[in-house]
Design a protein around this ligand. Structure first.
Ligand SMILES: *Cc1c(COP(=O)(O)O)cnc(C)c1O
Length: 393
């Protein structure tokens, strides 16, 4: 290897190692689920985004297999060349119908959707207002767009209004996660929509952690707040509650046509394997029909929140299955996570740069697939280790 390049890699890696925050890849020897195998040992898994337990659902797998038989594995080209197969079109129809929008467009990932949508729609002359805790893919989309942008303190509507009064742009847009991925709290979409109307501004939301679980029918936080008709650009993913892979943007037909023509992460990439689109469609069908699944998720969520509070843990402002356990120090959070791992429980520590300095935490996610016994075991281990680490009394 080139000597100075090798030295560069060694130095940079030593820096992360010295700070005690080096990241490692872990290999699952089982499918995604409430229990997983790692190095031949079984672990209780409380860190997936598979909220409804659909990632290993037989119905999704069968839909994918059937589609492979009918439409093959690879899509062979980008959607615009000759990779637009029936499964892609069916998925988009199903999404638009469920969300009650004129149209839907599927992207290969949520990351690609945000980067592509934001950079296609906004440029140097435009002004973007962004919540400080927005997902990294939104941040990258904004940087790529070269638009002017102002970040407001997390969910601070007063600060947002002040910015809306003074900051100008040809087009102006508020962009926010709907459910925040690391805190599990909600963006006040009712107030955001009100401000957007008052100050003539567009709204774009990212429903990655809300689609399939929030709202009476699982349509997302737009449904929870009853603002479905008032959000111009609704983005969400198919990789979390839906149990599959990919992302969508729902909105007007014109928006779709615009993005098909202008979003580079849509145009210059091979279409999703059709089987993945077919599995996503099945996931959405299940979400629409199986209300008990969502009920189970919320029962587990409420129980967990109640018990963690009772034990004295700081779970911040979560209102969703994403449950932070606040630690503060990054090294301590990693230590907590390691202790849990030794006790057979998988929960990841989240630290900078994913979250702000001194707000490191465990990020615990509960799913519809967790049984009562799983929850009881989790709570008893958390209580023991929480006391050992003096996080609770
Ligand atoms: C997971 C996530 C994404 C990225 O979605 P992928 O399909 O995993 O690329 C985007 N936004 C938010 C808020 C997310 O949590």
């Amino acid at each position: 290897m080139n000597k100075s390049f090798d030295l560069f890699l060694t130095d940079e890696l030593k820096k992360v190692e010295d700070r005690g925050i080096k990241r490692h890849l872990r290999t699952l020897q089982s499918p995604q689920g409430p229990k997983v195998m790692i190095d031949g040992k079984e672990y209780l898994n409380f860190c997936s985004n598979d909220y409804l337990g659909l990632a290993n659902d037989k119905r999704l797998k069968d839909a994918a297999k059937e589609c492979i038989t009918k439409e093959g594995l690879g899509s062979g080209a980008s959607r615009l060349v000759c990779g637009n197969l029936s499964a892609h079109v069916e998925l988009e129809k199903s999404l638009a119908e469920f969300k009650g929008t004129e149209s839907a467009l599927v992207f290969n990932t949520g990351y690609m959707a945000n980067v592509g949508i934001i950079s296609a729609l906004f440029d140097r002359q435009d002004m973007i207002f962004a919540d400080k805790l927005n997902h990294a893919s939104i941040v990258d989309g904004i940087l790529l767009s070269q638009a002017k942008f102002k970040r407001y303190p997390h969910n601070d509507m007063g600060a947002l209004e002040e910015l809306l009064k003074t900051e100008t742009g040809k087009k102006r847009v508020i962009i926010t996660d709907s459910v925040f991925s690391m805190d599990g709290d909600l963006a006040p979409l009712d107030k955001i929509v009100e401000l957007a109307k008052k100050y003539d501004c567009l709204v774009m939301i990212d429903e990655a952690h809300a689609f399939g679980i929030m709202g009476k029918n699982g349509k997302g936080l737009v449904e929870h707040f009853g603002v479905e008709k008032e959000i111009d650009i609704q983005m969400g993913t198919l990789s979390k509650a839906v149990g599959s892979f990919g992302a969508y943007v729902c909105g007007s037909s014109k928006l779709k046509t615009f993005l098909v023509n202008k979003a580079r992460s849509f145009i210059y990439t091979t279409a999703l394997p059709p089987s993945v689109a077919a599995a996503s469609k099945m996931g959405i069908d299940i979400i629409r029909q199986d209300l008990a699944l969502r009920q189970k998720l919320w029962d587990n969520t409420k129980m967990l929140h109640q018990e963690l509070k009772r034990l004295g843990f700081n779970i911040m402002n979560t209102e969703t299955p994403i449950t932070p356990i606040f630690v503060g120090d990054a090294v301590e959070a990693i230590h907590f996570s390691k202790k849990l791992f030794e006790a057979g429980i998988l929960i990841s520590a989240i630290r900078p740069p994913t979250v702000p300095q001194n707000t490191s935490r465990l990020r615990l996610t509960v799913t519809a697939g967790h049984a009562k016994e799983d929850m009881m075991q989790l709570l008893s281990v958390l209580e023991r280790i929480g006391k050992e680490l003096c996080l609770i009394g």
